[in-house]
Structures are given as structure tokens and as C-alpha cells.
Design a protein. Structure first.
Length: 316
């Protein structure tokens, strides 16, 4: 057995960094299939669906930020907090059994404790969490199953099956299926950098008060997020291929400028996301935690046919 030392401090930041959302954030939870799908053209007709799916790749499928179910924590973040507890002296000491959630419902945690010390600290140990109408705050309710596997000194794997988060007010909901790898490196006493990679297609079924979509981050989708606990600020970069049922196909996503978000805000306030199709380019640039600029160049001539400021609540 390989005991993990020095992982406790990193895990505190991983708790703060993980949310997913990311990644969350997906593909029905099943195996990968062959290669990335062909890209669609970006047009005025699919502009709204592409913009919303791309925003979902940042907010829902990335582990560093939370789907804005009224500013609650993400499924992955809630999962990790339930398993380890963020206020304990030993943050990797795992509660093994059924625990009541703060407001209502419960979660059942089962630790495969290889060395019998009741601490999540040996490579290969797993913690299985089943949420049942678990409500820890006034904003969202969790259901579904996830398994966390410790894979290395600074790494773990999240496997999610119908892991869902629903806003109490009904305006937002997300259900995750799939698997991702998470590797975290401590940068300072208050900061860490975590890289999440989709091990297989990672699917988020998204429902909002304005639209419904199934957004899939294809295998190999990567998010790197740096979180500073002292400032509550996260910077994230993303790259990979995303598919959207509403948009009718796939497109590539990358960050020109790192996406910045404060823990106190529901949405990012800075950065620039570039979305590329077989033909056409879209830029999404957060202007504040309330709005983002959406620009579309349908023929890749460097001139944007449309440029509009949209509320984040419209995007996701």
C-alpha cells in the first residue's frame, strides 16, 4: 500500500477548487467511442444554443466553478465536502455511514479503508457517496451517486452516476454522468492549482428557466484552475471539444484569456472564451459577474456580424 503524505493541505484547496462542475464537467457515463465528433458551423441560427453550451462548459463541466444554482456549491464540491468535511482537524478523515444533511435529506458514505485508519490516505482507497434529497443550504438539493478514488499523492478520480443538483426555486438544474481525473499541486499555504481531465465523455443534462440542453465534454477535455483561498479568486483555462444537443453538434472551446471568478459571485467577471466551429468563431467575454459580451464571426473574416451584451442568467 502506498500512503499519501502531504495530501491533506492540498485537499483543502481541492475542496475549494472542485465544483463539477465541473466537469462537471459526461456521455451517459459509458465508454468513450472513437475520436472527437465533426464540428458544426457557427451561425446566427445556432448562436444562442452554442453560447449557452459554451458557458456550460465553463460553469458546469469545469471543476473550478459552480453551476449557479443560486450561488451554491457544485456537485463535485458538495460531494467532496460530504466525504471529508472541511472543518475537521483531519480533513481526510472520512465519515463512514449515513449522515444527515444540514437542512433535510441525507448522504450515505462508504469508505473502502485499505489500512483501517479511517483516513482517506492510501492509493486505491475509494469513498462512495449516495445523496438522497440532500439539502445543505437554502439553494439546492443533491441526489445521485459518486465514487472518489485516491489515485496518487496529489490525484484522485471522480466517477459520477446521475449526480444531480436542483435549485430549490426551480430555475436551474444539472445532472452529471461520467468520470474525470483531478490532479492538484499546492502553490502556497493558501493556493493550489488543479487540473481536471475528462476520462470519457462527460455529460451534463442542464435545465434552466429559459432552456434545456445536454452538453457533453468529450474525452480529453481539460480545465486548469488556480485558486487562492486568501482572496477567494479562481483563474481557469479550458480546452477541448464540447457537444450540444440544442446546438445540433460539436465545437471546440479554448480560453484566450483566463476566466476569473470570485467565490462570492455566482458567475465569472473576467476573461475570454473562444468557440470555434468548422466555420465561424464566437467570443464570450465576461464584462462583470452579471453580464458577458457575446460576439459572432460567421465567416472567419475577422469581422463580427453580431456583438451583444447578455446577462449571465440568460447564458446559464
Amino acid at each position: 500500500m502506498k500512503t499519501v503524505s502531504g495530501f491533506c493541505t492540498i485537499s483543502r484547496h481541492a475542496i475549494a477548487v472542485t465544483m463539477v462542475a465541473v466537469l462537471a464537467a459526461c456521455g451517459g457515463g459509458g465508454g468513450g467511442g472513437g475520436g472527437s465528433p465533426a464540428l458544426i458551423d457557427l451561425t446566427a441560427a445556432n448562436r444562442d444554443s452554442v453560447a449557452r453550451a459554451a458557458a456550460s462548459s465553463v460553469m458546469s463541466l469545469g471543476v473550478s466553478t459552480s453551476i449557479p444554482v443560486l450561488s451554491g456549491g457544485s456537485p463535485v464540491g458538495m460531494l467532496w465536502r460530504t466525504v471529508t468535511g472541511t472543518e475537521r482537524e483531519r480533513p481526510l478523515a472520512v465519515f463512514n455511514g449515513t449522515v444527515a444533511c444540514d437542512i433535510s435529506g441525507y448522504a450515505t458514505v462508504t469508505l473502502n479503508d485499505l489500512n483501517g485508519d479511517a483516513i482517506f490516505n492510501v492509493v486505491g482507497e475509494t469513498a462512495t457517496v449516495v445523496f438522497n434529497q440532500c439539502q445543505d443550504d437554502a439553494y439546492e438539493v443533491m441526489n445521485g451517486t459518486a465514487v472518489i478514488t485516491l489515485t496518487g499523492v496529489d490525484s484522485m478520480r471522480f466517477d459520477m452516476a446521475q449526480l444531480s443538483q436542483t435549485a430549490v426555486n426551480g430555475r436551474h438544474a444539472m445532472t452529471l454522468d461520467g468520470s474525470l481525473n483531478l490532479v492538484c499541486v499546492q502553490l502556497s499555504p493558501t493556493s493550489a492549482r488543479c487540473t481536471s481531465t475528462a476520462r470519457e465523455p462527460l455529460r451534463a443534462v442542464i435545465h434552466t428557466h429559459l432552456f434545456d440542453d445536454t452538453v457533453t465534454a468529450q474525452a480529453g477535455f481539460v480545465e486548469e484552475a488556480t485558486y487562492d483561498d486568501a482572496t477567494g479568486h479562481t483563474l481557469s483555462t479550458l480546452r477541448g471539444t464540447v457537444s450540444s444537443a440544442a446546438a445540433g453538434g460539436a465545437f471546440s472551446v479554448a480560453t484566450d484569456v483566463a476566466i476569473g471568478k470570485l467565490a462570492i459571485d455566482a458567475y465569472p467577471h473576467e476573461g475570454r472564451l473562444r468557440i470555434s466551429g468548422e466555420r465561424g468563431t464566437m467570443l464570450i467575454s465576461p464584462q462583470s459577474s452579471a453580464q458577458a459580451q457575446v460576439e459572432l464571426d460567421t465567416d472567419d473574416d475577422g469581422s463580427f456580424e453580431s456583438s451583444e451584451s447578455e446577462d449571465w442568467d440568460w447564458l446559464l
